[in-house]
Design a protein around this ligand. Structure first.
Ligand code: NAI
Ligand code: MG
Length: 497
């Protein structure tokens, strides 16, 4: 129980907003207004109403932020030892924990996600800075044996200014998992949070400043993708881009990056399969399937949005799944219902469109299937938890990322069919399996194309585990020691002695 959290929740629910939200871009260690004076509003998805304004940035603000980052690299941050960088990140982790209640309430209000999930995201963000704080002074190069007349070694140098384009589904955790390794490696950062959820990234930048990060090392420009995101990715003076978002925008960002030969990591969508074999622990599998698709109302790139299930257990399992869904509460994220709102009116329309298309095509709807209007949040953006039977592998409900609480069910016979079903989309981000048979689990893990495979616990692991996709899900890896390498450029040095 936290009195601070409870009073913030009360303030937000009673007044529809919160006092003391950050205002302005965070550039060179302070909050500044847009050079062109632009403003826009962010919405509370639980009420479907605007709750606070923020700066709408343009290329001029991006220029100022990138210039500040360049200066910072040339200054004391560029000379800081790895141990000193680690100490700043540890202090930031502590400050995130000290401010966890406020960060979580702002994140929940701005994104719509349930408060308990936002609290988990804040813990995860602190953990990301703690993890990479410990890694800053362990970025070893290698010594290369070239015989008695040479000395050869490699150095991991910071790549320079790293741009971060952040989506609205995990605003704080996506920011943390990109910015923590960038700072640990010695880079400077310009972040562009999503226009739907700008606030926690701004709060993070201010906390980093309070933790002792020199001005200009961590800058945030808020605004739309077109006005602020595009000029950032098109900036000739950035050295790396980490982009998390849709495939279409990812392609555009990659095309822009190509103009300047800028390195990038793309973390795009998914349509991840979760296989439940007949021998699985049925209760663990049921809980796993529910969490995989209903966490953050299904708005996760790594959501387990396809249930691949063996025929012999399919009917009973789907009945139990549908039964569990009927009892789920839907409501404002700050009230901690079982399912919160989706992030925007546009996202709600997109989800409803996919489900209506399936209905029109004759798909059986096992549960849900409609926009929801909970009595205590009638104007918010809600969709019922939904289970749809797939009509074969070409079915759009199987192929298209919906990014909402909509589970497609593919019924299969045996492991080989489960593997084929798992591999049947253009995406390759995550795959999960529930089975008590170790050899089935590992055969599936090897045969499925995915950046990560979860066995008997979907979403297992944390910041320690590398994460990323293949094919249309993108490339490059975040998290883990692997995530640090995105922010380094390797130099080989060879001397004749
Ligand atoms: P989006 O990919 O357009 O937005 C993600 C970020 O990119 C935001 O910060 C946005 O401002 C920025 N952006 C947009 N256009 C840009 C450009 N030309 N240059 C640089 N940055 C740009 O995604 P959107 O429209 O918010 O959502 C559409 C769909 O994308 C969702 O329905 C979902 O399917 C998918 N999505 C996937 C995410 C993931 O975690 N992989 C996260 C968010 C959305
Ligand atoms: Mg918002």
């Amino acid at each position: 129980m936290s009195a601070v959290r409870d009073s913030l929740v009360e303030e937000a629910l009673a007044t529809g907003t919160l006092k003391g939200l950050p205002d302005g871009h965070f550039i060179d260690g302070r909050f500044v207004a847009s050079e062109a004076g632009g403003r826009m509003e962010s919405f509370d998805p639980g009420r479907g109403a605007a709750f606070a304004g923020f700066a709408a940035g343009t290329a001029a603000d991006v220029d100022a932020a990138v210039a500040a980052a360049r200066r910072a690299l040339a200054g004391e941050w560029g000379r800081a030892t790895p141990a000193e960088r680690g100490r700043v990140l540890n202090r930031l982790a502590a400050l995130i924990r000290d401010n966890a209640d406020r960060l979580a309430v702002v994140e929940s209000l701005d994104s719509g996600k349930r408060l308990v999930e936002a609290e988990g995201d804040v813990r995860g963000a602190a953990r990301a800075f703690e993890y990479y704080a410990g890694a800053a002074d362990k970025l070893h190069g290698a010594s290369i044996p070239l015989g008695p007349d040479y000395v050869g070694f490699t150095i991991e140098e910071p790549i320079g200014v790293a741009a971060q384009i952040i989506p609205w589904n995990y605003p704080l955790s996506t920011a943390a998992r990109g910015i923590a390794p960038a700072l640990a490696a010695g880079c400077a950062v310009v972040a562009k949070p999503a226009e739907q959820t700008p606030f926690t990234c701004l709060m993070l930048a201010e906390l980093a400043h309070r933790a002792g990060l020199p001005a200009g090392v961590f800058n945030v420009v808020t605004g739309t993708g077109r006005e602020a995101g595009a000029p950032l990715t098109d900036h000739p003076s950035i050295d790396h881009i980490t982009f998390t978002g849709s495939v279409d925008t990812g392609i555009r960002v990659m095309q822009t990056a190509a103009k300047h030969v800028t390195r990038l990591v793309l973390e795009l969508g998914g349509k991840s399969p979760l296989a439940v074999m007949a021998d699985a622990d049925p209760d663990a599998a049921l809980n796993g399937v529910m969490e995989a698709i209903f966490e953050n109302a299904g708005q996760i790139c790594s959501a387990g949005s396809r249930l691949v299930i063996e025929r012999s257990i399919a009917d009973g399992f789907i009945d139990r799944l549908a039964g569990r869904m009927e009892g789920l509460s839907i409501g404002h994220g700050l009230r901690n219902p079982a399912i919160g709102p989706v992030n925007s009116a546009a996202q709600l329309a997109k989800i409803a469109g996919h489900v209506e298309q399936a209905k029109a095509a004759g798909n059986i709807i096992h549960a849900g299937g409609n926009i929801a209007r909970p009595s205590n949040a009638a104007d918010g953006w809600f969709f019922q938890p939904t289970v749809v039977a797939a009509r074969g592998v070409k079915d759009p409900i199987v192929q298209e990322e919906i990014f909402g609480p909509v589970l497609a069910v593919q019924v299969v016979d045996g492991l080989d069919e489960a593997i084929a079903a798992a591999n049947c989309t253009d995406y390759a981000l995550v795959a999960g399996i529930y089975t008590r048979d170790l050899s089935k689990a590992y055969r599936y893990a090897r045969a499925v194309d995915a950046g990560q495979v979860y066995i008997n616990e979907y979403f297992a692991g944390g910041i320690e585990v590398p994460f990323g996709g293949n094919r249309k899900s993108g490339f490059g890896r975040e998290k883990g020691m692997e995530g640090l390498r995105s922010y380094c450029k390797l130099k080989s040095v060879v001397a004749r002695i």
